[in-house]
Design a protein. Structure first.
Length: 422
C-alpha cells in the first residue's frame, strides 16, 4: 500500500513497442499470474530517469493499473476541500495523457488502515469495459470513453481496514469477493448489465484480502479464494463450494498463483501463526475474571492491557462493532489463533469435499510473505518477505533453492512480477 503520486511506464526503447506490448487486464495481470501473456523483453534498470517513456501526475491510491491496447486505467482519491472524490482515470498508453476521469459518488467513507487508501482494489478490463470497485461506493462499469454503463451500490463495509480485494472479469461475468468483519460474500454479476447472477454467503470469514483466481479443472472453471484457515474452490456456474483445503493462516492477504502443470500455490501469513512464535489466548472464563471491572461479562478496550494480543486487534474481535467483546466473539478469535498455520501450500487439482489429506503436495513454513503474493516463473516459486528477504522454491518439491536479503529492507505491500528471465 504505497503512496502512488505518479504513474510511470518503462520500456526498453529498442525492444518493445506499444503495438506488441501485452494486455494486463486486472490485478497482477492475466488471471493474477503476475506474468505477461508473452515473454517480451523487460528493462534491466528502472529509475526516475532510466527507461522512462513518460510520467503523469495522479491522485494517490493503492490500486494497480489495468492495461488494454492503447489504454491504461487506474483509480485514486482526490481531495476537494473537506471532501474526498473516488475516481477512475483513463489514460493514453502511448503518451500518458489523461483522457477521462469519472467519480464514484458516496454518502459515507468506510474506515481504512492508517497506511491504507479508499482506492485499494485494482480495476479490471476486457477491452470493451472497465470495472472499478470502491468499498465506500460500490461496483462501477464504464466503457472505454468513460461513460457509466451500470453500477451496483455497496458499502461502506464493516471493516476497520477498508476494502482491498479486486474484481475480475471472466467471460461474460464479473467476480467479486469481499470478506469483512460481518456479511462476507462472493458474487457473480452479468458484465453487460450488472445483474447479480448468484451471491454466496461467506459469513464464517472475517476480513481477508485475497483476490479470486480462476482454476480450470477437468474442463470446468472454479473460483478459488484463500481466506481464514482454509482455501475454497467454488463452482463458476453456481457459486457452490466444491472442495476445501484446511491448514492456512487466520487471515489471508496474498492472492494464489497457478503453475503451468495446473498446481495451485497458496501463501498465507498472520502474526501468531509461526512455529515457535505462536500466540496462545487463555479461555474466556479466565480472561473475564481477570479484566471485567464492572461485572457485565463483556470486555471493553480499556479493560485490556496494552500488551494483550487482543488489544491492537480489538476492532477485529468486536465483529458486531458494539465496542465490547462478547464471549462468542472472544472464543471465535481464540480458535483462530489456535488453528492458524502460516505456510505456502501446493495443491493438485481434482477432488471434492475436504481434500486436505489427499491433494496437498507440499508445505513450506519459513520466511513467508505477509501482503506480497507469490509468483511462479520457470519452475520456481518466488516470494518476498518484509525486511527484503527473497526466497526461491522448487515448485515441484517446495525445497528452497535460495534465500537472501536484498537491498530494500522495509515492508512489502506490492507483489513481484516476472518475465524475460527477470
Amino acid at each position: 500500500m504505497l503512496l502512488r503520486l505518479f504513474l510511470a511506464v518503462t520500456i526498453l526503447a529498442a525492444s518493445a513497442t506499444w503495438a506488441t506490448a501485452d494486455n494486463w487486464p486486472q490485478f497482477r495481470g492475466p488471471n493474477s499470474s503476475a506474468r505477461p501473456e508473452r515473454n517480451l523483453p523487460l528493462p534491466a534498470e528502472i529509475g526516475p530517469t532510466t527507461n522512462v517513456v513518460w510520467k503523469t501526475e495522479l491522485p494517490p491510491g493503492h490500486s494497480s493499473p489495468a492495461i488494454w491496447g492503447e489504454r491504461i486505467f487506474v483509480t485514486g482519491v482526490k481531495d476537494k476541500g473537506d471532501q474526498k472524490q473516488l475516481v477512475t482515470i483513463g489514460l493514453d498508453r502511448a503518451t500518458g495523457k489523461v483522457l477521462w476521469e469519472q467519480e464514484a459518488p458516496h454518502k459515507n467513507l468506510e474506515e481504512i488502515h492508517s497506511i491504507g487508501s479508499f482506492a485499494q482494489p485494482s480495476p479490471a478490463t476486457d477491452g470493451e469495459r472497465v470495472i472499478s470497485f470502491f468499498g465506500s461506493s460500490g461496483l462501477y462499469c464504464y466503457d472505454f470513453a468513460g461513460k457509466v454503463l451500470w453500477s451496483v451500490k455497496m458499502g461502506p463495509f464493516n471493516n476497520g481496514f477498508g476494502a482491498g480485494s479486486s474484481p475480475i472479469i471472466v467471460g461474460d461475468a464479473v467476480i467479486l469477493s469481499q470478506d469483512h468483519d460481518t456479511d462476507s460474500f462472493l458474487m457473480k454479476l452479468n458484465k453487460q448489465t450488472g445483474e447479480v447472477i448468484w451471491r454466496t454467503d461467506r459469513s464464517e470469514f472475517p476480513r481477508n484480502y485475497c483476490t479470486p483466481i480462476i482454476w480450470e479443472v477437468d474442463g470446468k472453471k472454479q473460483i478459488v479464494v484463500a481466506a481464514t484457515l482454509r482455501v475454497i474452490g467454488y463452482a463458476f456456474e453456481t457459486g457452490k463450494e466444491l472442495w476445501t483445503v484446511r491448514g492456512i493462516a487466520r487471515a489471508v492477504t496474498a492472492t494464489p498463483s497457478i503453475g503451468p502443470d495446473n498446481t495451485l500455490y497458496v501463501t498465507s501469513w498472520a502474526a501468531g501463526g509461526d512455529a515457535g512464535e505462536r500466540i496462545t489466548i487463555e479461555p474466556f472464563e479466565a480472561k473475564i475474571k481477570a479484566v471485567d471491572k464492572n461485572g457485565d461479562q463483556l470486555i471493553t478496550k480499556d479493560e485490556l492491557a496494552k500488551e494483550d494480543p487482543f488489544s491492537p486487534r480489538f476492532s477485529q474481535v468486536d465483529r458486531d462493532k458494539t465496542d465490547t467483546i462478547t464471549q462468542a466473539e472472544y472464543e471465535f478469535f481464540r480458535g483462530l489463533f489456535d488453528k492458524s498455520e502460516n505456510n505456502i501450500i501446493a495443491i493438485k487439482p481434482g477432488g471434492a469435499g475436504d481434500i486436505t489429506a489427499t491433494h496437498v503436495l507440499w508445505k513450506h513454513s519459513k520466511l513467508l510473505p505477509f501482503c506480497a503474493s507469490p509468483v511462479f516463473y520457470d519452475g520456481t516459486l518466488f516470494t518476498i518477505k518484509d525486511g527484503g528477504i527473497l526466497s526461491s522454491l522448487n515448485a515441484v518439491s517446495g525445497k528452497v533453492f535460495k534465500q537472501g536479503r536484498i537491498t530494500a529492507t522495509n515492508e512489502y505491500y506490492s507483489s513481484p512480477v516476472a518475465a524475460d528471465g527477470k
